[in-house]
Design a binder for this molecule. Structure first.
Ligand code: NAD
Length: 511
């Protein structure tokens, strides 16, 4: 592994931001995990990692903290999350800059990511007064039946590089108001944004006071093995894991083996169907953002375009023009809309997928590596548009890069079948002005995804809805709607306020 380079502009910048946020320099100056900025490919920090002993301590502290935190009234727990939201608002610019430096996002997307953290805090504060159960009709006279939601315990959070901080917040804000404690293992590719986020949480906890027990929220920095240790720990009843399907395939059975719960938020292979009646102006903009935004490194990025035969020849030239002109480069410069890929492996996978498509006779435009003269260790690629005659295997798997496969269809049933004929089931969309088509797409025989949109692209979800997908996307749901229920345990209570003891189902047991 390369040793840290002399601090250059960007390294100083990351260190400055961390300093401003009160992250102790010993956590990122002399550790063994070398954090690289995808912008230049340079090592920008050497982060201290956690070993299994430190993880064990963090889980023990979280377990002890949970026992106190679960008895703090939920609206009061919401106050801690409100303060966290305030800290995030105050540090929005710094944290977003760090997201740009470490994950390579353009400024507006990095700010959007921090805004999402703020939004989920606001949502969770309201939720802290709405953790309701039901009262249920009972067949027994003089009885009442109800359901109660209780805090669950220590929640393990494992996150991916591409939303280095927002995914933590989706889980943390909700889990905290639900009365849980947290141990977070961020991606080994983005430890600095995790250190900064943890520092902001600690500021909020300090302002909140002693009611927030020590160890309530902690950070364990490391790679896959540390994630496995967290997943295997019996003191952790729920692990929310975001990342590749390969990761979920490993994590899911380990959790099931010990009867722990999981929220799995895995890969996606998202499609858009463009119908004859679609507004092409709208579709072109939505497709361009969903497919090229974040350099195609969102789980909800658009990867497959299924366009009706009658609009394909009008739509494709417009997309080609957008792909030719989109500005790719240093995400710190406002003129660029597409930044770098996270690393060389990611670029290699993109290059290999494009070679596979070419071998099938596909028309491939874009995909070239650029800026390698300036930054030989950074990986910028022009977004690629690939015209396929049919939905080949290369289009049916997720390549986490800006590649859009375009295909034709003739009738809607065929388009929906193509859209569903992949192993993932995260996000989908249809562009149409025909109400019948839109409703068919949203009906039980339509899209099989967790997210199905009409006249907007598949990416860019809001926190108010439940987020997640089906099939090899893992089935988990996070953020809004009733996703909070996954972070609590349900008890059904029956109370007898009579002096008789009628048994259910008419059973007699007279001693
Ligand atoms: P990744 O699977 O390589 O890593 C994700 C996290 O899992 C990292 O923290 C990693 O250390 C950890 N990990 C890996 N193997 C593990 C194991 N066996 N046990 C425990 N932890 C393990 O993913 P990535 O490259 O960081 O992220 C990109 C992937 O994440 C894409 O497939 C993308 O679609 C997916 N993603 C999904 C969502 C969603 O909400 N569905 C959101 C963001 C990203």
């Amino acid at each position: 592994m390369q040793t840290p380079t002399k601090p250059c502009g960007i390294a100083t910048n990351a260190a400055d931001i961390l300093g401003k946020l009160n992250v102790e320099s010993e956590l990122f100056e002399r550790g063994s995990l070398h954090s690289r900025s995808p912008i230049t490919g340079e090592v920008i920090a050497s982060v201290k990692t956690s070993d299994n002993v430190a993880l064990d301590r963090a889980i023990a502290a979280a377990d002890a903290a949970f026992r106190r935190w679960r008895m703090v009234p939920p609206p009061r727990r919401g106050e801690l999350v409100r303060l966290l939201g305030e800290e995030l608002r105050a540090a929005k610019s710094e944290l977003a800059q760090l997201v740009t430096i470490e994950a390579g996002k353009i400024a507006s997307e990095a700010q959007g990511e921090v805004q999402e953290m703020i939004d989920i805090c606001d949502y969770a504060v309201g939720l802290s007064r709405q953790l309701y159960g039901l009262t249920i009709a009972t067949e027994r006279p003089g009885h009442r039946m109800m359901e109660t939601w209780h805090p669950l315990g220590v929640v393990g959070i494992v996150t991916s590089f591409n939303f280095p901080v927002a995914v933590w917040a989706w889980n943390a804000a909700i889990a905290l108001v639900c009365g849980d404690a947290l141990v977070w293992k961020p991606s080994e590719k983005t430890p600095l944004t995790a250190l900064a986020t943890q520092a902001l949480f600690e500021r909020a906890a300090k302002r909140f006071g002693d009611e927030a027990p020590k160890g309530l929220c902690s950070l364990a920095i490391g790679g896959r093995e540390l994630g496995e240790a967290l997943v295997d720990d019996k003191r952790v009843p729920l692990v929310s894991a975001t990342g590749s399907t390969a990761m979920g395939r490993a994590v899911g059975p380990r959790l099931a083996q010990r009867f722990a719960r999981s929220i799995l938020e895995l890969g996606g292979n998202n499609a858009a169907i463009v119908c004859p009646s679609a507004s092409l102006d709208l579709a072109v903009r939505a497709i361009a953002f969903s497919a090229m935004g974040t350099a195609g490194q969102r789980c909800t990025s658009l990867r497959r375009l299924i366009a009706h035969d009658s609009v394909y020849d009008q739509l494709l030239p417009r997309l080609h023009s957008a792909y030719r002109t989109v500005a790719v480069g240093d995400p710190r410069e406002g003129k660029h809309l597409v930044g770098p890929l996270i690393d060389e492996d990611s670029y290699r996978r993109m290059r290999d997928a494009l070679a596979e498509a070419r071998d099938l006779g596909a028309r491939v435009t874009g995909g070239e590596r650029i800026l390698s003269d300036r930054w030989p260790n950074a990986f910028y690629a022009r977004p690629a548009l690939v015209e396929l005659r049919e939905q080949a295997a290369v289009a049916r798997r997720e390549t986490f890069a800006p590649i859009l496969y375009a295909m034709r269809y003739r009738d809607l049933a065929e388009a929906v079948a193509m859209q569903n004929d992949v192993s993932h089931g995260l996000a989908s969309s249809i562009f149409t002005s025909d109400l019948r088509e839109a409703e068919r797409f949203l009906s039980p025989e339509g899209s099989d995804c967790g997210i199905a949109n009409v006249n907007i692209g598949p990416s860019g979800a809001e926190i108010g809805g439940a987020f997640g997908g089906e099939k090899e996307t893992g089935g988990g749901r996070e953020a809004g709607s009733d996703a909070w229920k996954a972070y609590m345990r349900r008890a059904t209570n029956t109370i007898n306020y009579s002096s008789a003891l009628p048994l259910a189902q008419g059973v007699q047991f007279d001693l």
